[in-house]
Design a protein around this ligand. Structure first.
Ligand code: FAD
Ligand code: NAI
Length: 490
């Protein structure tokens, strides 16, 4: 036993050290260049965004085959599945981000990064305008291939007052703002007398949208109240009220009904106030107005978190305008089965992830990840095709060689398969150390719920992390919460 414990400990420490060393000591990169050694031009690949789609592409692509430039206003990759855990401190924000610079530096060929956003596009002349007002940057980037992976923004459906008064849960800054609003309200409420109605309002935390974002955040919030605030502010914590508002008759519409029932029962048991069939119509600075079964109701709130899904970002809308009437879907950019933007005949623009609307696929990290992997293969094949075309252009006088190369080109072009999404399933944390999993393995479906599923949920997300460093920090955060609990300061 002693030897096997020693062996396992040494093995684990060596493995961790090796992984961390590898990650923090990237090898020398192939520099960017105008041409390859054979004189063929090296094409410009511009990747917009640093989210699930674009970063997966970067990690899977041999970047020495192109002059790659990444443009994103966010200089880090954000591991969104654990974002709902961050406002209450189950996981620290720094644990779920990975700097774009590190990701670019680990690629095989040099990758340039521009902290900017794409604001306009000239499809005819293959140029994308990028700008960063703060740093006074405005320039046109020429591209041979462009990958649009700009994601989506939170939607409000134009409901009055949402932008002004609610917090979204999409970015790091959103998580920080929710945290400070919650803690400030708690401190403010503590200064008021017990029968002051303002005290009750300040301690009403309302989440609108019973999709996975809203559900996971409401669950985390109630955990925080039950597991931590109850210890440090026992009386006041009993007054905190978490409400989840959903327009449909049930939450988590994408999950099997049995799992939905399990989640709703757990919410009821843990005193999360579930308001179903309640469609929010208006928001002001202290209450939401909604329609519930045809009746108008008002729900006062102290902190309001809005999670009702996605809408296209301004740059995606710009592309839609440029490619109207082909791009006519309000939900996202239309692409073909090779992920090429509809309306661009030469196939030079690809779009992946949440900014697209393709065959009704849900806007998930899983879809964006698979699209990024697929696109890396396509771009690898496109490089081979471009090389063949170059050789053909050099062998126009050699009839036999020309015919052979042309044949290879046709078969290579035909070998690029269509994107085929393989749905592995959906997971959601529902609170009190329980999760649900709706899995699809081959033709079989598996539906799990409960404490063991929570461990499966944890394992799956650790496996999905973009770096070993993230994996380690998240695991340490979870251990910290288990042993010393979450922090209760702003
Ligand atoms: P994103 O990851 O959003 O990345 C878009 C990138 O584009 C960002 O870097 C952004 O800064 C950049 N950008 C924006 N505008 C521009 C511009 N004009 N020019 C250049 N760059 C630009 N999915 C799951 O499958 N499982 C989950 O558990 C899960 N949990 C989630 C939890 C939360 C709280 C949220 C909000 C989403 C969750 N999702 C989950 C959905 C998942 O995060 C998205 O589907 C995924 O991020 C989409 O990847 P993307 O690359 O298309 O966009
Ligand atoms: P969503 O689109 O999944 O859910 C939004 C919910 O808000 C819907 O149930 C809708 O009925 C409700 N709603 C809309 N307007 C409303 C109103 N006015 N009043 C009350 N309710 C209203 O959005 P969400 O949760 O933001 O997720 C966005 C995407 O990210 C989804 O595709 C989701 O699958 C994915 N995601 C996946 C996660 C996971 O797999 N664990 C976690 C978080 C997000």
């Amino acid at each position: 036993l002693l030897y096997s414990t020693l062996f396992t400990t040494v093995g684990t420490i060596s493995y961790f050290s090796y992984e961390l060393y590898e990650e923090s000591h990237p090898p020398v990169q192939v520099p960017q260049a105008a041409t390859f050694k054979n004189g063929s031009p090296k094409k410009n690949l511009v990747i917009l965004g640093s989210g699930w789609g674009s970063v997966t592409l970067l990690k899977n692509l041999d970047t020495s085959l192109y002059n790659v430039t990444v443009v994103s206003p966010r200089n880090y990759f954000l591991f969104t599945p654990l974002l709902p855990s961050t406002p209450v401190g189950t996981v620290e924000l720094k644990s779920i981000i990975e700097p774009v610079r590190s990701i670019c530096r680990r690629a095989k060929g040099e990758v340039l990064y521009l902290d900017a956003e794409a604001t306009d596009i000239d499809i005819k002349n293959k140029k994308v305008t990028v700008s960063n007002e703060k740093e006074g940057l405005l320039k046109d980037l020429p591209y041979d291939y462009l990958v649009v992976g700009v994601g989506a923004q939170s939607t409000t459906f134009g409901i009055p007052g949402v932008f002004e008064h609610a917090s979204f849960l999409k970015e790091i800054t959103d998580a920080q703002s929710i945290r400070s609003k919650i803690m400030n309200n708690i401190e403010k409420a503590a200064t008021l007398s017990l029968n002051d109605p303002e005290r009750k309002r300040l301690l009403s935390f309302v989440v609108v949208g019973g999709g996975p974002t809203g559900v996971e955040f409401a669950a985390e919030l109630q955990d925080y109240v039950d597991q931590d605030l109850r210890k440090w502010i026992p009386e006041l914590s009993k007054e905190i009220n978490v409400t989840l508002v959903e327009a449909l008759p049930n939450i988590l519409n994408m999950f099997d009904k049995s799992l939905v029932g399990y989640a709703q029962d757990l919410f009821a048991k843990h005193k999360i106030n579930l308001k179903l069939k309640t469609m929010v119509k208006n928001v002001d600075d202290s209450k939401i107005e909604a329609k519930c079964d045809g009746e108008s109701i008002e729900i006062p709130y102290g902190v309001l978190v809005w999670a009702t899904g996605n809408a296209p970002r301004p740059f995606a809308k710009k592309i839609m305008q440029a490619l109207a009437p082909v791009q006519n879907n309000r939900r996202g950019l239309l692409i073909n089965d090779k992920l090429q933007l509809l309306g661009v005949d030469d196939g030079s623009i690809f779009a992946i992830g949440d900014c697209t609307f393709h065959k009704g696929l849900f806007p998930t990290a899983q879809v964006a990840h698979e699209e990024g992997e697929y696109l890396a293969d396509v771009l690898q094949s496109n490089y081979a095709i471009d090389q063949l075309k170059f050789k053909i252009s050099q062998n126009r006088d050699n009839v036999e060689e020309f015919a052979n190369l042309s044949k290879s080109l046709i078969s290579l072009e035909a070998s690029i398969k269509n994107f085929n999404y393989i749905h592995a399933g959906a997971l959601a944390y529902i609170g009190n150390d329980k999760a649900i999993a709706d899995l699809a393995i081959g033709q079989s479906k598996y539906r799990w719920a409960g404490a063991w599923t929570f461990w499966f949920w944890k394992g799956s997300y650790l496996a999905m992390c973009m770096s070993f460093k993230n994996r380690m920090l998240i695991a340490l955060d979870w251990m910290k919460v288990q042993f010393i609990g979450r922090d209760s300061s702003v």
